[in-house]
Write a protein that binds this ligand. Structure first.
Ligand SMILES: [Zn+2]
Length: 214
């Protein structure tokens, strides 16, 4: 089976592209759909993705990306990799390119926890719409530690990830309720802004550097 995923919007992650495709194609059997695309019953995950060798094969015609390119460009792998030793980075990448139901070593297991919240920026969504595109999730908003939009400097909105196995993955347009992320920093407004900006810049700095897998 080939899956003709649309080329994503700027900074759109893999999970968002899959969610959009499923919605657009009126997919009703998500178990069959994700099993065909990922080669196993993949769960909704805003951080990492697995069995990317299979995903690369299934999307070869539409995306034309290697499994490594998908990991680098469409998941949070580059961010996590920055904090890993070289051997751990290799094990993490190996875990992402293939699939195994075996329990992972503790250090890898910690990295592959699925995030519990998903975040977005209302201004980014508005810009998507005013450009004639459907508003999509952005990868940079899912980075741990990024609580403000790096483009607009406003607090992100977040909602809990509550997707049952084999249920449709949510697109941004499916969000009904979200709350504003806000750090309780009882300092002056100036220091508050400096704090959130530095946290955001720290996370982004680590993310933007391309990481060699070797
Ligand atoms: Zn934004």
């Amino acid at each position: 089976m080939s899956v003709y995923l649309n080329e994503g919007a700027p900074d759109e992650p893999l999970f968002s592209m899959v969610a959009s495709y499923g919605k657009q194609m009126l997919v009703t059997d998500w178990k069959m759909f994700v099993s065909g695309l990922f080669g196993y019953g993949a769960r909704f995950n805003t951080g990492l993705a697995y069995n990317l060798n299979e995903v690369a094969q299934q999307t070869r015609v539409s995306l034309g990306m290697s499994a490594m390119e998908i990991a680098e460009r469409l998941t949070l792998f580059p961010y996590y990799a920055r904090f890993c030793s070289r051997p751990l980075r290799r094990r993490l990448l190996s875990r992402m390119l293939t699939w195994s139901s075996k329990h992972q070593p503790g250090d890898v297991q910690k990295l592959i926890q699925r995030p519990h919240v998903i975040r977005f920026c209302r201004s980014c969504a508005s810009e998507d719409r005013s450009s004639g595109r459907v508003a999509t999730w952005k990868r940079c908003h899912q980075l741990p530690g990024v609580l403000v939009c790096p483009h607009h400097g406003v607090w992100l909105l977040e909602c809990p990830v509550n997707v049952q196995p084999y249920s449709a993955w949510p697109t941004l347009t499916d969000v009904k309720q979200a709350v504003r992320v806000e750090l309780d920093v009882s300092e002056s407004q100036h220091r508050d802004q400096a704090c959130r900006r530095s946290v955001c810049q720290f996370a982004l700095r680590y993310w933007k550097r391309r990481v060699a897998a070797g």
